[in-house]
Design a protein around this ligand. Sequence first.
Ligand code: SF4
Length: 467
Amino acid sequence: MGTTLAEKVWADHLVRKGSDGAPDLLYIDLMLMHEVTSPQAFEGLRLAGRKPRHVDQLIATEDHNTPTVDIDRPNPDKTSALQLSTLEKNCKEFGVRLHALGDADQGIVHAFAPILGLTQPGMTIVCGDSHTSTHGAFGALAFGIGTSEVEHVMATQTLSLKPFKTMAINVNGKLPADATAKDIILAIIAKIGTGGGQGHVIEYRGEAIRNLTMDERMTVCNMSIEAGARAGMIAPDETTFEYLKGRPHAPEGELWDKAVAYWKTLKTDDDAVFDTEVDIDATKLGPYVTWGTNPGQGLPITANVPVPADIADATKRSAAERAIDYMGLKPGMPIKDIAVDTVFIGSCTNGRIDDLRQAAAIMKGHHKAKNIHRVLVVPASSRVRLQAEKEGLDKVFEDFGAEWRNAGCSMCLGMNPDKMVPGERSISTSNRNFEGRQGKGSRTHLASPAVAAATAIRGTISSPADL
Ligand code: SF4
């Protein structure tokens, strides 16, 4: 029997096969680090008197706690300032390369590494951050790990793990013009639920996936964790190779040819069998938006907020009741009647250059609606910011009435100055709409950059077709 892409990458990194139910020992090619989940790992290493096993396979950046304005001034938040200065001290002491705030390569941990060409097909990549699944877009086996595992990887460059189950999600047919990568993944999570991928590594396949750009593939893989999966992967192809060629850390010359020859072998065999298989008809997709408080509570933008009384399953009914109450919605109201206060375009899901181009194309020549308090456009990395400015996108956003910011996680989570106030409602291109995610009492609707831009123009949840 053949093997899947994930099984091939796993096998290529096996240091020791576990026996009698013991986990395998895997070699880790690259560990990404940031200020939130690294301090205890550095401290553990320090206490044990150890040094990193392969310091050149560790790289750090600052993203969660960084402000996105006035970045050259002292951080106004003491806890954030301490977390950032601790990372800087630790990286200096242990010799870990750091792209700190102000550096041209700083950015969200899942955005800066692909841009540098550090993320490559067939690699094992870990980070103390669940959205590490993003890097699977290149055919890497990439997943989030806990703090003690971060220390283990620093000390040994290996990780003890039991093999994941495998799941294929086949997104068949062509995506309609008004649907985007974000709509694909929101539709998938709405179908399989936030626990549907539990224990699995998902491989996204099918015509609609193959037609996506690398930025769009990263959007899909990024949210694998929101379906409960450990990782998400897409087999590398010409789109992947074209994206990587010439990037600072991509192989060159003969090494490039050798790498591409290997990368071309990284695909699931025709006779491989997945533990689980799901089919999605891409031709039926359109813009999706979440109405509730988890990423699985999403619907097509043309739908109505669910009526809990119509939901037969008692658990789902009470979850819907609670979500509708928290979100301040009326059961059965059209999603398009929901007025929002704030628009956030950014995050490791949708803060890349393709996302900003998509939003700018829609906003150009328009101005934000009167009821919209603020529109934050936050590039996922400083390189994205520079590229956007080269293309004049910053001017489009500013003319629209949006705030053009520096790179960081920003309003994806309430851990830096870009927070929402209780009761404030956003349309957000990020990945989590949990209660209080964007600030205490905040209400979040997840959507694509296209829907966020159209909503910013109309003031109510809208798709570009409504303009
Ligand atoms: S943008 Fe949001 S989800 Fe992504 S790494 Fe930052 S906080 Fe996490």
